[in-house]
Design a protein around this ligand. Structure first.
Ligand SMILES: [Zn+2]
Ligand SMILES: [Zn+2]
Length: 349
């Protein structure tokens, strides 16, 4: 196939809010890389941070940079040393490029490699017509998985990793925050056999989406007495499992005070500043287990997402609220800033 020499890309060109639609060279496909023609990309909270140019982005991002790390596309070129993949294959990819050498990488814990490079964060991303990624990060998508879900393996993997860190089967599960990953976690927890999934979320749109994702009880912290209602729904014990997806300090404090004695806390939402937690009362005397969750298990989480998408993707339909052409990205980011959406996908056809 004859490839073009230039392509469209959505880039952070300078240290200020917004992104620019640019024409840049198609990336070079190194000997161990594959070049992928992007079909659909998902917009992540990380992309929103970069778009808004918040404090985290100012410290981490070095413009110019093409953002984005959630995608599905087709392989259009293979590096000379790549085996086991083929031209035309539909693929997604793990967005953490790990070193492969450190103690963590060599003991099956590459998701917490200290020197990983993030696609669309530390290296060129997927908000473009083409992306080159190392072949070892490529994930072939099974034929039965629709594109709209194949584009979001990455955040589904975050949700999967979080839910699978705790024994949710026939337990009371509390999900703090119903952004896209929180919504996915609700659906995954139900499929994984949670008896009762409760959600705490203040945003009206997301309250509605949480119900559609399968939550048994959705509480609004602005209007509901969350502690009383959660205790009532859990025989006064509190939830055995809490999935913290909000990163909001108040929600985190409430989560620690509500989790059942002997329960499990899985932390995915990233707070912007340190959070005060009552160590003695809420952690030690209750004997809880805390899991810090980052990224996806490589690649166990990906196999689990495959199975979820092959057998249960209909449960996610309501959580992907928008599919928009990539040129409408400013409207998409405005929806995200307003919290008026679940997952938003952009098409690059
Ligand atoms: Zn993401
Ligand atoms: Zn490493």
């Amino acid at each position: 196939m004859l490839l073009p020499t230039t392509m469209r890309a959505m880039r952070k060109l300078r240290g200020q809010a917004g992104l620019d639609f640019c024409t840049i060279p198609v990336p070079v496909c190194g000997p161990r890389d594959v070049l992928i023609r992007v079909r659909i990309t998902g917009i992540c909270g990380t992309d929103l941070h970069i778009y808004n140019w918040d404090a985290w982005s100012q410290n981490r991002i070095k413009p110019p940079l093409t953002t984005g790390h959630e995608f599905v596309g087709d392989i259009v070129a293979l590096g000379a040393e790549v085996h086991g993949l083929s031209l035309g294959q539909r693929v997604s990819a793990e967005g953490h490029i790990t070193c492969g050498q450190c103690r963590l990488c060599r003991t099956g814990r590459g998701h917490i490699c200290r020197t990983f490079k993030g696609v669309g964060v530390d290296r060129e991303g997927c908000f473009a017509d083409y992306i080159a990624v190392p072949a070892q990060n490529v994930w072939p998508v099974p034929a039965g998985v629709p594109d709209m879900f194949a584009a979001i393996y990455d955040p589904l993997g975050n949700a999967m990793h979080t839910v699978m860190s705790a024994p949710v089967s026939l337990k009371n599960v509390l999900v703090m925050g119903a952004g896209a990953i929180g919504l996915f976690a609700v659906s995954i927890a139900k499929v994984a056999g949670a008896a009762n999934v409760m959600v705490v979320e203040p945003n009206a749109t997301r309250i509605d989406l949480a119900r559609k994702a399968g939550a048994d009880l959705v509480l609004n912290p602005r209007t509901d007495d969350v502690p009383a209602l959660v205790r009532r729904a859990t025989s006064n014990e509190g939830p055995e499992v809490v999935l913290e997806m909000s990163g909001n300090a108040k929600a985190m404090q409430q989560a620690f005070s509500l989790v059942a004695t002997g329960g499990t806390m899985c932390l995915l939402g990233i707070p912007g500043t340190p959070v005060d937690i009552n160590w003695a009362e809420d952690i030690m005397f209750k004997g809880i287990t805390i899991h810090g969750i980052t990224g996806r298990r490589m690649f166990e989480t990906w196999f689990q997402v495959d199975e979820f998408l092959l057998h249960h993707s209909a449960r996610l339909a309501a959580s992907v609220t928008h599919t928009m052409p990539c040129a409408a990205y400013e409207e998409a980011f405005a929806l995200m800033n307003a919290g008026a959406c679940g997952k938003i996908n952009l098409t690059w056809a």
